[in-house]
Ligand binder design. Structure first.
Ligand code: SF4
Length: 453
Protein backbone atom coordinates (compact mmCIF):
# COMPACT_ATOMS: atom_id res chain seq x y z
CA UNK A 1 0.00 0.00 0.00
CA UNK A 2 1.33 3.44 -0.90
CA UNK A 3 2.06 5.46 2.24
CA UNK A 4 0.14 8.74 2.20
CA UNK A 5 0.08 11.76 4.46
CA UNK A 6 -3.02 13.29 6.03
CA UNK A 7 -3.37 16.72 7.60
CA UNK A 8 -6.56 17.53 9.51
CA UNK A 9 -7.47 21.09 10.53
CA UNK A 10 -10.02 21.08 13.34
CA UNK A 11 -12.18 24.04 14.32
CA UNK A 12 -14.82 24.06 17.01
CA UNK A 13 -15.88 21.90 19.90
CA UNK A 14 -14.62 18.68 21.48
CA UNK A 15 -17.01 16.73 19.27
CA UNK A 16 -15.14 18.01 16.24
CA UNK A 17 -11.84 17.02 17.89
CA UNK A 18 -13.28 13.53 18.36
CA UNK A 19 -14.62 13.44 14.79
CA UNK A 20 -11.22 14.48 13.39
CA UNK A 21 -9.59 11.60 15.28
CA UNK A 22 -12.19 9.17 13.93
CA UNK A 23 -11.67 10.40 10.35
CA UNK A 24 -7.94 9.80 10.86
CA UNK A 25 -8.74 6.28 12.12
CA UNK A 26 -11.00 5.48 9.17
CA UNK A 27 -8.36 6.57 6.64
CA UNK A 28 -5.48 4.65 8.28
CA UNK A 29 -6.26 1.38 6.42
CA UNK A 30 -5.84 3.32 3.14
CA UNK A 31 -2.26 4.14 4.14
CA UNK A 32 -2.88 7.69 5.43
CA UNK A 33 -0.68 8.67 8.38
CA UNK A 34 -0.95 12.08 10.07
CA UNK A 35 1.43 14.89 9.17
CA UNK A 36 1.68 18.24 10.95
CA UNK A 37 2.55 20.07 7.72
CA UNK A 38 -0.31 20.70 5.26
CA UNK A 39 2.20 21.36 2.47
CA UNK A 40 3.41 17.74 2.80
CA UNK A 41 -0.08 16.24 2.83
CA UNK A 42 -1.66 14.06 0.15
CA UNK A 43 -4.99 14.87 1.72
CA UNK A 44 -6.14 17.82 3.82
CA UNK A 45 -9.42 17.74 5.74
CA UNK A 46 -10.86 21.02 7.00
CA UNK A 47 -13.24 20.03 9.81
CA UNK A 48 -15.43 23.07 10.24
CA UNK A 49 -17.65 24.57 12.91
CA UNK A 50 -20.78 26.59 12.22
CA UNK A 51 -20.85 28.13 15.70
CA UNK A 52 -18.00 30.44 14.73
CA UNK A 53 -18.83 33.99 13.82
CA UNK A 54 -18.96 34.39 10.02
CA UNK A 55 -18.20 30.66 9.83
CA UNK A 56 -18.66 30.26 6.09
CA UNK A 57 -16.41 33.24 5.25
CA UNK A 58 -13.65 31.81 7.43
CA UNK A 59 -13.95 28.49 5.62
CA UNK A 60 -13.58 30.17 2.21
CA UNK A 61 -10.60 32.18 3.41
CA UNK A 62 -8.87 29.00 4.68
CA UNK A 63 -9.76 27.18 1.47
CA UNK A 64 -8.04 29.96 -0.51
CA UNK A 65 -4.85 29.27 1.46
CA UNK A 66 -5.14 25.51 0.93
CA UNK A 67 -5.79 26.00 -2.77
CA UNK A 68 -2.32 27.54 -3.12
CA UNK A 69 -0.80 24.42 -1.51
CA UNK A 70 -2.83 22.20 -3.81
CA UNK A 71 -1.62 24.11 -6.87
CA UNK A 72 2.00 23.92 -5.66
CA UNK A 73 1.60 20.15 -5.18
CA UNK A 74 0.19 19.79 -8.72
CA UNK A 75 3.14 21.77 -10.11
CA UNK A 76 5.43 19.18 -8.51
CA UNK A 77 3.48 16.43 -10.28
CA UNK A 78 1.53 15.30 -7.19
CA UNK A 79 -2.09 15.51 -6.10
CA UNK A 80 -3.58 16.85 -2.90
CA UNK A 81 -7.15 15.82 -2.09
CA UNK A 82 -8.98 18.61 -0.32
CA UNK A 83 -11.99 17.70 1.84
CA UNK A 84 -14.34 19.92 3.82
CA UNK A 85 -16.14 18.22 6.71
CA UNK A 86 -18.20 19.30 9.71
CA UNK A 87 -21.16 21.56 10.21
CA UNK A 88 -20.32 24.20 7.57
CA UNK A 89 -19.97 21.41 5.01
CA UNK A 90 -23.38 20.12 6.08
CA UNK A 91 -25.06 23.53 5.92
CA UNK A 92 -23.28 25.04 2.92
CA UNK A 93 -22.14 22.04 0.86
CA UNK A 94 -23.54 23.25 -2.47
CA UNK A 95 -22.12 26.74 -2.00
CA UNK A 96 -18.68 25.31 -1.17
CA UNK A 97 -18.63 23.39 -4.44
CA UNK A 98 -19.84 26.45 -6.36
CA UNK A 99 -17.39 28.92 -4.83
CA UNK A 100 -14.43 26.57 -4.36
CA UNK A 101 -14.60 24.06 -7.24
CA UNK A 102 -11.08 22.86 -6.42
CA UNK A 103 -12.50 21.11 -3.30
CA UNK A 104 -12.63 17.34 -3.95
CA UNK A 105 -14.87 16.05 -1.14
CA UNK A 106 -17.61 17.68 0.94
CA UNK A 107 -19.03 15.53 3.71
CA UNK A 108 -21.39 16.13 6.60
CA UNK A 109 -20.84 14.89 10.17
CA UNK A 110 -22.99 11.79 9.63
CA UNK A 111 -20.93 10.54 6.68
CA UNK A 112 -17.44 10.06 8.15
CA UNK A 113 -17.66 6.28 7.84
CA UNK A 114 -18.07 6.76 4.09
CA UNK A 115 -14.84 8.75 3.80
CA UNK A 116 -12.73 5.95 2.24
CA UNK A 117 -15.34 5.46 -0.47
CA UNK A 118 -15.64 9.22 -1.06
CA UNK A 119 -11.85 9.59 -1.27
CA UNK A 120 -11.65 6.70 -3.74
CA UNK A 121 -14.38 8.30 -5.85
CA UNK A 122 -12.63 11.69 -5.68
CA UNK A 123 -9.33 10.08 -6.72
CA UNK A 124 -11.03 8.58 -9.79
CA UNK A 125 -13.36 11.46 -10.59
CA UNK A 126 -12.57 14.72 -12.29
CA UNK A 127 -15.22 16.59 -10.28
CA UNK A 128 -16.02 16.81 -6.59
CA UNK A 129 -18.07 14.38 -4.54
CA UNK A 130 -20.52 15.50 -1.90
CA UNK A 131 -22.22 13.56 0.89
CA UNK A 132 -24.28 15.63 3.29
CA UNK A 133 -27.17 13.23 3.75
CA UNK A 134 -28.34 11.95 7.10
CA UNK A 135 -27.79 8.27 6.22
CA UNK A 136 -30.06 5.58 7.59
CA UNK A 137 -27.12 3.46 8.73
CA UNK A 138 -25.43 4.46 12.00
CA UNK A 139 -21.94 5.73 11.17
CA UNK A 140 -20.50 4.37 14.44
CA UNK A 141 -21.27 0.82 13.28
CA UNK A 142 -18.90 1.36 10.38
CA UNK A 143 -16.01 3.17 12.05
CA UNK A 144 -12.92 1.23 13.18
CA UNK A 145 -11.94 1.24 16.88
CA UNK A 146 -10.27 4.52 17.86
CA UNK A 147 -6.50 4.70 17.45
CA UNK A 148 -6.33 6.91 20.55
CA UNK A 149 -3.54 6.63 23.12
CA UNK A 150 -3.11 8.76 26.22
CA UNK A 151 -4.53 9.22 29.72
CA UNK A 152 -7.60 11.23 28.66
CA UNK A 153 -10.03 10.37 25.89
CA UNK A 154 -13.28 11.58 24.37
CA UNK A 155 -16.09 9.19 23.53
CA UNK A 156 -19.11 10.40 21.55
CA UNK A 157 -22.29 8.76 22.84
CA UNK A 158 -24.95 11.03 21.37
CA UNK A 159 -25.33 13.33 18.39
CA UNK A 160 -27.85 15.86 17.20
CA UNK A 161 -30.39 17.88 19.08
CA UNK A 162 -34.17 18.30 19.17
CA UNK A 163 -34.22 21.44 21.30
CA UNK A 164 -34.12 24.08 18.54
CA UNK A 165 -32.75 26.96 20.57
CA UNK A 166 -33.40 30.10 18.55
CA UNK A 167 -29.71 30.93 17.98
CA UNK A 168 -28.28 27.49 17.24
CA UNK A 169 -27.59 25.62 14.00
CA UNK A 170 -26.94 22.20 15.56
CA UNK A 171 -30.43 20.75 14.96
CA UNK A 172 -30.04 21.65 11.27
CA UNK A 173 -26.42 20.50 10.80
CA UNK A 174 -26.27 17.44 13.07
CA UNK A 175 -29.87 16.32 12.77
CA UNK A 176 -32.23 14.82 15.35
CA UNK A 177 -31.05 13.41 18.67
CA UNK A 178 -29.55 9.95 18.30
CA UNK A 179 -27.98 7.83 21.04
CA UNK A 180 -25.45 5.06 20.56
CA UNK A 181 -26.35 1.72 22.19
CA UNK A 182 -24.83 1.15 25.63
CA UNK A 183 -22.98 -1.98 24.48
CA UNK A 184 -21.19 -0.02 21.74
CA UNK A 185 -20.22 2.72 24.19
CA UNK A 186 -18.94 0.20 26.73
CA UNK A 187 -16.94 -1.63 24.05
CA UNK A 188 -15.31 1.62 22.91
CA UNK A 189 -14.58 2.57 26.53
CA UNK A 190 -12.88 -0.81 27.16
CA UNK A 191 -10.82 -0.27 24.01
CA UNK A 192 -9.76 3.22 25.17
CA UNK A 193 -8.84 1.93 28.63
CA UNK A 194 -6.76 -0.86 27.09
CA UNK A 195 -4.89 1.83 25.15
CA UNK A 196 -4.01 3.81 28.27
CA UNK A 197 -7.01 6.07 28.88
CA UNK A 198 -7.74 6.75 32.55
CA UNK A 199 -10.27 9.53 32.13
CA UNK A 200 -13.13 9.37 29.64
CA UNK A 201 -15.27 12.35 28.71
CA UNK A 202 -18.60 11.37 27.16
CA UNK A 203 -19.56 13.74 24.38
CA UNK A 204 -22.83 14.76 22.83
CA UNK A 205 -24.41 17.93 21.52
CA UNK A 206 -27.03 17.29 24.18
CA UNK A 207 -25.29 14.50 26.06
CA UNK A 208 -27.64 14.22 29.02
CA UNK A 209 -30.51 13.50 26.63
CA UNK A 210 -28.74 10.19 25.93
CA UNK A 211 -31.21 7.29 25.98
CA UNK A 212 -29.57 4.24 24.48
CA UNK A 213 -30.43 0.59 24.03
CA UNK A 214 -29.50 -1.28 27.22
CA UNK A 215 -27.33 -4.41 26.90
CA UNK A 216 -30.13 -6.69 28.13
CA UNK A 217 -32.99 -4.94 26.35
CA UNK A 218 -34.91 -1.81 27.25
CA UNK A 219 -33.42 1.66 27.47
CA UNK A 220 -30.76 3.11 29.73
CA UNK A 221 -30.47 6.78 30.64
CA UNK A 222 -27.16 8.53 31.21
CA UNK A 223 -27.08 7.67 34.94
CA UNK A 224 -27.17 3.94 34.07
CA UNK A 225 -24.42 4.32 31.51
CA UNK A 226 -22.20 6.27 33.93
CA UNK A 227 -22.62 3.55 36.58
CA UNK A 228 -21.66 0.83 34.09
CA UNK A 229 -18.65 2.78 32.83
CA UNK A 230 -17.48 3.54 36.37
CA UNK A 231 -17.30 -0.22 37.03
CA UNK A 232 -14.82 -0.82 34.17
CA UNK A 233 -11.38 -1.83 35.44
CA UNK A 234 -8.75 0.88 34.92
CA UNK A 235 -11.18 3.79 34.72
CA UNK A 236 -10.35 6.56 37.19
CA UNK A 237 -12.41 9.49 36.02
CA UNK A 238 -15.61 10.20 34.11
CA UNK A 239 -17.03 13.42 32.73
CA UNK A 240 -19.82 14.30 30.31
CA UNK A 241 -20.50 17.35 28.20
CA UNK A 242 -22.52 19.30 26.95
CA UNK A 243 -25.78 19.16 28.89
CA UNK A 244 -29.14 20.91 28.75
CA UNK A 245 -30.73 21.87 32.09
CA UNK A 246 -34.05 20.27 31.09
CA UNK A 247 -32.40 16.85 30.72
CA UNK A 248 -30.85 16.76 34.23
CA UNK A 249 -33.12 14.05 35.62
CA UNK A 250 -33.27 12.91 39.26
CA UNK A 251 -31.11 9.85 38.69
CA UNK A 252 -28.42 11.85 36.93
CA UNK A 253 -28.33 14.27 39.85
CA UNK A 254 -28.03 11.29 42.22
CA UNK A 255 -25.19 9.89 40.08
CA UNK A 256 -23.12 12.93 41.09
CA UNK A 257 -23.53 11.76 44.69
CA UNK A 258 -23.17 8.02 44.13
CA UNK A 259 -20.41 7.60 41.52
CA UNK A 260 -17.00 8.60 42.90
CA UNK A 261 -15.39 8.42 39.43
CA UNK A 262 -17.78 11.10 38.16
CA UNK A 263 -15.71 14.24 38.61
CA UNK A 264 -17.21 17.10 40.64
CA UNK A 265 -17.38 19.42 37.66
CA UNK A 266 -20.34 20.09 35.41
CA UNK A 267 -20.68 22.26 32.31
CA UNK A 268 -24.35 23.26 32.28
CA UNK A 269 -25.16 26.07 29.84
CA UNK A 270 -27.82 28.56 30.92
CA UNK A 271 -27.20 31.23 28.22
CA UNK A 272 -29.13 34.02 30.00
CA UNK A 273 -30.53 34.90 33.41
CA UNK A 274 -33.60 36.65 32.00
CA UNK A 275 -36.82 34.63 31.73
CA UNK A 276 -37.92 36.83 28.84
CA UNK A 277 -34.73 36.10 26.89
CA UNK A 278 -34.78 32.41 27.87
CA UNK A 279 -38.29 32.23 26.40
CA UNK A 280 -37.26 33.92 23.14
CA UNK A 281 -34.26 31.59 23.02
CA UNK A 282 -36.71 28.66 23.27
CA UNK A 283 -34.71 27.23 26.19
CA UNK A 284 -37.90 26.06 27.89
CA UNK A 285 -36.71 26.69 31.44
CA UNK A 286 -36.62 29.75 33.65
CA UNK A 287 -33.76 31.28 35.64
CA UNK A 288 -35.43 30.00 38.82
CA UNK A 289 -35.56 26.47 37.34
CA UNK A 290 -31.82 26.67 36.71
CA UNK A 291 -31.07 27.95 40.22
CA UNK A 292 -33.20 25.19 41.77
CA UNK A 293 -31.33 22.64 39.70
CA UNK A 294 -27.98 23.98 40.88
CA UNK A 295 -29.22 23.78 44.46
CA UNK A 296 -30.19 20.13 43.99
CA UNK A 297 -26.89 19.29 42.31
CA UNK A 298 -24.95 20.94 45.13
CA UNK A 299 -27.03 19.09 47.70
CA UNK A 300 -26.03 15.84 45.95
CA UNK A 301 -22.38 16.81 45.51
CA UNK A 302 -21.40 19.78 47.71
CA UNK A 303 -17.99 20.25 46.07
CA UNK A 304 -19.47 20.41 42.54
CA UNK A 305 -17.76 23.11 40.45
CA UNK A 306 -19.91 24.64 37.75
CA UNK A 307 -19.27 25.96 34.29
CA UNK A 308 -21.70 27.50 31.82
CA UNK A 309 -22.20 29.21 28.47
CA UNK A 310 -23.62 32.71 28.10
CA UNK A 311 -24.81 34.64 25.07
CA UNK A 312 -25.07 38.40 25.49
CA UNK A 313 -27.05 40.60 23.13
CA UNK A 314 -29.55 37.98 21.95
CA UNK A 315 -32.13 39.84 19.81
CA UNK A 316 -34.40 41.88 22.05
CA UNK A 317 -32.14 41.66 25.14
CA UNK A 318 -32.62 44.84 27.21
CA UNK A 319 -30.40 46.33 29.92
CA UNK A 320 -32.76 44.81 32.50
CA UNK A 321 -32.45 41.37 30.87
CA UNK A 322 -28.69 41.66 30.97
CA UNK A 323 -28.82 42.71 34.64
CA UNK A 324 -30.75 39.48 35.30
CA UNK A 325 -27.90 37.50 33.74
CA UNK A 326 -25.39 39.21 36.04
CA UNK A 327 -27.66 38.44 38.99
CA UNK A 328 -27.81 34.75 38.05
CA UNK A 329 -24.02 34.61 37.74
CA UNK A 330 -23.65 36.18 41.19
CA UNK A 331 -26.19 33.73 42.63
CA UNK A 332 -24.42 30.63 41.27
CA UNK A 333 -20.71 31.46 41.46
CA UNK A 334 -19.07 29.70 38.51
CA UNK A 335 -15.67 28.02 38.51
CA UNK A 336 -15.33 28.94 34.85
CA UNK A 337 -17.57 29.89 31.94
CA UNK A 338 -17.66 30.67 28.25
CA UNK A 339 -19.35 33.86 27.11
CA UNK A 340 -20.00 35.16 23.63
CA UNK A 341 -21.67 38.02 21.84
CA UNK A 342 -24.74 36.89 19.94
CA UNK A 343 -24.11 36.71 16.21
CA UNK A 344 -26.77 35.61 13.75
CA UNK A 345 -26.50 32.16 12.18
CA UNK A 346 -28.22 32.03 8.80
CA UNK A 347 -31.38 29.95 8.85
CA UNK A 348 -31.94 30.18 12.62
CA UNK A 349 -35.08 31.90 14.01
CA UNK A 350 -33.11 34.51 16.01
CA UNK A 351 -31.33 35.72 12.88
CA UNK A 352 -34.68 36.88 11.44
CA UNK A 353 -35.66 38.97 14.51
CA UNK A 354 -35.51 42.69 13.66
CA UNK A 355 -34.64 43.89 17.20
CA UNK A 356 -30.90 43.14 16.98
CA UNK A 357 -28.75 44.64 19.78
CA UNK A 358 -26.05 47.07 18.60
CA UNK A 359 -22.45 45.83 18.46
CA UNK A 360 -21.36 48.57 20.88
CA UNK A 361 -23.95 47.45 23.42
CA UNK A 362 -22.96 43.80 22.99
CA UNK A 363 -19.29 44.70 23.47
CA UNK A 364 -20.03 46.61 26.68
CA UNK A 365 -22.22 43.83 28.11
CA UNK A 366 -19.74 41.11 27.24
CA UNK A 367 -16.90 43.04 28.89
CA UNK A 368 -18.96 43.47 32.07
CA UNK A 369 -19.99 39.82 32.17
CA UNK A 370 -16.47 38.57 31.53
CA UNK A 371 -15.06 40.78 34.30
CA UNK A 372 -17.49 39.13 36.73
CA UNK A 373 -16.83 35.61 35.43
CA UNK A 374 -13.05 36.13 35.57
CA UNK A 375 -13.34 37.30 39.18
CA UNK A 376 -15.37 34.18 40.06
CA UNK A 377 -12.84 31.93 38.34
CA UNK A 378 -9.98 33.66 40.18
CA UNK A 379 -11.82 33.23 43.50
CA UNK A 380 -12.43 29.55 42.79
CA UNK A 381 -8.76 28.99 41.92
CA UNK A 382 -7.54 31.00 44.92
CA UNK A 383 -9.68 28.81 47.19
CA UNK A 384 -7.70 25.79 45.94
CA UNK A 385 -4.41 27.15 47.28
CA UNK A 386 -3.34 25.19 50.35
CA UNK A 387 -5.62 22.26 49.51
CA UNK A 388 -4.46 18.80 48.47
CA UNK A 389 -6.12 17.76 45.18
CA UNK A 390 -5.95 14.53 43.21
CA UNK A 391 -4.36 15.33 39.85
CA UNK A 392 -4.42 13.04 36.82
CA UNK A 393 -1.14 13.63 35.01
CA UNK A 394 -1.52 13.80 31.26
CA UNK A 395 1.86 14.91 29.89
CA UNK A 396 5.07 16.85 30.38
CA UNK A 397 4.80 20.40 31.72
CA UNK A 398 5.99 23.59 30.09
CA UNK A 399 9.42 23.51 31.76
CA UNK A 400 12.01 20.73 32.08
CA UNK A 401 11.33 18.53 35.10
CA UNK A 402 7.65 19.52 35.16
CA UNK A 403 4.61 17.35 34.56
CA UNK A 404 1.10 18.62 33.93
CA UNK A 405 -2.33 17.27 34.65
CA UNK A 406 -5.89 18.16 35.53
CA UNK A 407 -7.63 18.70 38.84
CA UNK A 408 -11.11 17.21 39.42
CA UNK A 409 -12.53 20.61 38.32
CA UNK A 410 -10.54 20.39 35.10
CA UNK A 411 -8.00 23.07 36.05
CA UNK A 412 -4.57 22.55 34.48
CA UNK A 413 -2.05 21.79 37.27
CA UNK A 414 1.76 21.97 36.92
CA UNK A 415 4.20 20.35 39.35
CA UNK A 416 7.84 19.29 39.42
CA UNK A 417 7.74 15.51 39.10
CA UNK A 418 8.87 12.38 37.30
CA UNK A 419 7.41 11.48 33.91
CA UNK A 420 6.52 7.97 35.09
CA UNK A 421 3.55 9.58 36.85
CA UNK A 422 1.99 10.48 33.49
CA UNK A 423 -1.16 8.37 33.29
CA UNK A 424 -1.47 8.16 37.08
CA UNK A 425 -3.43 10.18 39.59
CA UNK A 426 -1.46 11.58 42.53
CA UNK A 427 -2.10 13.99 45.39
CA UNK A 428 -0.80 17.53 44.86
CA UNK A 429 -0.63 20.36 47.38
CA UNK A 430 -1.68 23.48 45.50
CA UNK A 431 0.74 26.32 46.16
CA UNK A 432 -0.30 29.00 43.66
CA UNK A 433 -3.23 29.99 41.47
CA UNK A 434 -2.66 31.61 38.07
CA UNK A 435 -5.29 33.05 35.70
CA UNK A 436 -5.83 29.73 33.88
CA UNK A 437 -3.93 27.12 35.88
CA UNK A 438 -2.64 26.01 39.27
CA UNK A 439 0.79 24.95 40.42
CA UNK A 440 1.73 22.76 43.34
CA UNK A 441 3.97 20.08 44.79
CA UNK A 442 3.55 16.32 44.89
CA UNK A 443 2.62 15.05 48.30
CA UNK A 444 1.64 11.55 47.30
CA UNK A 445 3.19 8.58 48.97
CA UNK A 446 3.49 5.59 46.60
CA UNK A 447 0.53 3.85 48.21
CA UNK A 448 -1.61 6.95 47.79
CA UNK A 449 -0.89 7.15 44.09
CA UNK A 450 -3.40 5.32 42.00
CA UNK A 451 -0.78 4.21 39.49
CA UNK A 452 -2.00 2.42 36.43
CA UNK A 453 -0.76 -0.64 34.67
S1 SF4 B 1 -29.67 22.50 23.26
FE1 SF4 B 1 -27.61 23.08 22.62
S2 SF4 B 1 -27.25 22.00 20.67
FE2 SF4 B 1 -29.47 21.94 21.06
S3 SF4 B 1 -30.30 23.70 19.95
FE3 SF4 B 1 -29.91 24.39 22.07
S4 SF4 B 1 -27.82 25.25 22.04
FE4 SF4 B 1 -28.09 24.03 20.13
Amino acid sequence: MTPRRLHVITWGCQMNVYDSARMTDVLAPLGYAPTARPEDADMVILNTCHIRDRAAEKVFSELGRLRRLKVARAEQGGRMILAVAGCVAQAEGAEILARAPYVDVVLGPQSYHRLPELVARAARAAGAVIDTEFPVEAKFDFLPPPGHTGPTAFLTIQEGCDKFCSFCVVPYTRGAEASRPAAAVLAEARHLLARGAREITLLGQNVNAWAGAAPGGGTWRLADLLAALAALPGLLRLRYTTSHPRDMDDRLIAAHRDIPALMPFLHLPVQSGSDRVLATMNRRHSAADYLRLIERLRAARPDLALSSDFIVGHPGETAADFAATLALVRAVGFAQAYSFKYSPRPGTPAAAVPAQVSEAEKDARLAELQTLLRAQQAAFSAACVGRVLPVLFTGPGRHPGQIAGRSPALQPVHVGGPTHLIGAEAAVKITAAHPNSLSGTLVATPEKERACA
